[in-house]
Ligand binder design. Structure first.
Ligand code: ADP
Length: 155
């Protein structure tokens, strides 16, 4: 059986921290679905279509990686993709406390899925989409924090 993992997130926008987690997860799985969990009630900085376009562009050479978006429960989306695993990155103990709760729910819910945590590489552990958005808002240079495709699109 193929080992399929979903890497869910907002990716608003994707950063080199996210990219690092996907790259380091590649040897562990046959397929990785990088999936934008879209909440229609939430306001995003980049529209869904733009976030999808950026992800597709960034991973276009990577045969093991596909891009998708979903609304609703991550476990339901995993089922639709035949994925047995969820990947989440951990930057800090705050991330861990929050993620642990979600992971336990995702295991316990009907069709429960196992979450695999990957510790952030130390050089990226301070990078977040939130800070990147803040820098972009004030016209700052985010090129050291995001894949080069994004730097050329929005800077
Ligand atoms: P969400 O809104 O679901 O937290 P994000 O796009 O912010 O979505 O993050 C998606 C995943 O990537 C989360 O597991 C998050 O902890 C992880 N992540 C975000 N930034 C980094 C980073 N710099 N290093 C490692 N993991 C990260």
């Amino acid at each position: 059986m193929k080992r399929i993992a979903v890497f869910p997130g907002s990716f608003d926008p994707i950063t080199i921290g996210h990219l690092d987690i996907v790259k380091r997860s590649l040897p562990l799985f046959d397929e990785i679905v990088v999936a934008i969990g879209n909440n229609s009630a939430k306001k995003y900085f980049f529209p869904l279509a733009k976030r999808l376009e950026l992800l597709k562009n960034i991973f276009k050479e990577e045969e093991q990686v596909s891009i998708n978006a979903y609304e609703g429960l991550t476990v339901d989306f995993c089922k639709s993709e035949n994925a047995q695993f969820i990947i989440r990155g951990l930057r800090s103990s705050t991330d861990f406390e929050y993620e642990k709760t979600i992971a336990l729910f995702n295991k316990e819910l009907k069709g429960g899925v196992e979450t695999i945590f990957m510790a952030s590489s130390p050089q990226y552990s301070h990078i977040s989409s939130t800070v990147v958005r803040e820098i972009l808002k004030y016209g700052g240079d985010v090129s050291s924090f995001v894949p080069k495709e994004i730097a050329t699109i929005v800077v």
